[in-house]
Design a protein around this ligand. Structure first.
Ligand code: UDP
Ligand code: MG
Length: 313
């Protein structure tokens, strides 16, 4: 399809059960929009009939593009691949293939985009998930917001609409471990949180097990926060300060009361003081690692919104 205004990117991993339902809903949405919409169906190395179904629809209907990855690369990379081929001149919308994210919100998101927002991210008012997962999500998003270097919104996943210029920036970010919702916030501009109720999965099982969720969570913390490294040095400083207090105490015990076993004082001083010194040293090395990491990650240094000058140059 030439010059679609909006692309929808859908990562699919073994989603044959929900596929027909998904395509039906997407067709409906594309019909109800009065601008051109294309859908990129990304097959993330499924072992069921998903790839076959994608090939079929993409060769029959010009509104669908099939993108087949060579093997399972994981959700974040599947979406990244989709973003790299999406042609939408105005925006790209990212949704899950299990219909947990209602595609119908395209119309509302697009309206917001036209109001001047660059990113419209969906915020989950409620989730239909096991209570253990709900607690884990709740805790994680709050922890992440506390430690991250800039504001990443609470309870929002990858379900969003992203303007063309933000997509271009995200495509330019060469980092290997990708945490798209963080990268999306990092780019900045005006972003709008759109509240919605997250539906239950239409069919099939969740593909994100605890292991993948933890991997994602780690990327979310370590890619966007200096806190873990800085924490080591801070802990070291605190331990040294505490050890000074303790050293004074054991010295007083030894010199004035003398009721301390031989060698105890030296030992305790060595242990407390040097464990602090060691932590600070590790933190120091960590600080260099952090800088090397930032350098090789090679993100753009800044993002310009507008340049305003009278001559228009
Ligand atoms: N997915 C994918 N690759 C994977 C795992 C998941 O493309 O390795 C897709 C999956 O097909 C679905 C979306 O990512 O469309 C979200 O996955 P899931 O529903 O399992 O995650 P949850 O909703 O539990 O967070
Ligand atoms: Mg899901």
């Amino acid at each position: 399809m030439d010059n679609p205004k909006v692309s929808i990117v859908v990562p699919l991993y073994n989603e044959e059960k929900a596929f027909d339902l998904l395509i039906g809903r997407l067709k409906q949405v594309m019909l109800s929009a009065d601008y051109k919409v294309e859908t990129i169906l990304v097959n993330d190395g499924s072992s069921d009939r998903t790839a076959f179904l994608i090939e079929k629809i993409a060769s029959e209907d010009e509104r669908f593009v099939g993108l087949l990855l060579s093997r399972n690369h994981g959700h974040q990379l599947a979406v990244t691949a989709g973003l790299s081929v999406a042609k939408g001149t105005d925006a790209v919308m990212i949704i899950d293939g299990d219909l947990q994210d209602p595609p119908e919100l395209l119309l509302d998101f697009y309206k917001k985009l036209k109001e001047g927002y660059d990113v419209i991210y969906a915020v989950r008012k409620n989730r239909k998930e096991s209570s253990l997962k709900k607690i884990a999500y709740w805790f994680y998003y709050r922890l992440q917001q506390r430690v991250s270097n800039f504001k990443i919104p609470l309870d929002s996943g990858d379900f969003s609409m992203i303007s063309r210029r933000v997509v271009d920036y995200m495509n330019q970010m060469p980092e290997q471990s990708r945490y798209l919702r963080g990268m999306r916030s990092w780019v900045g501009f005006k972003q709008f949180g759109f509240e919605y109720n997250r539906d239950a999965r239409a069919a099939g099982e969740a593909k994100y097990g605890w292991k993948k969720l933890f991997e994602l969570a780690f990327n979310g913390i370590f890619n966007f926060s200096d806190f873990p490294v800085r924490f080591i040095s801070r802990l070291g400083i605190m331990i040294i300060l505490l050890s000074f207090v303790y050293i004074v105490y054991v010295l007083v015990q030894k010199l004035f009361f003398g009721n301390v076993p031989e060698g105890f004082t030296t030992l305790i001083i060595a242990i407390t003081l040097f464990s602090g010194v060691q932590l600070i040293s590790i933190g120091l090395i960590g600080e260099y690692v952090l800088r090397i990491y930032n350098q090789v990650r090679n993100r753009p240094l800044f993002v310009i919104d507008k340049i305003i000058s009278k001559s228009g140059q």
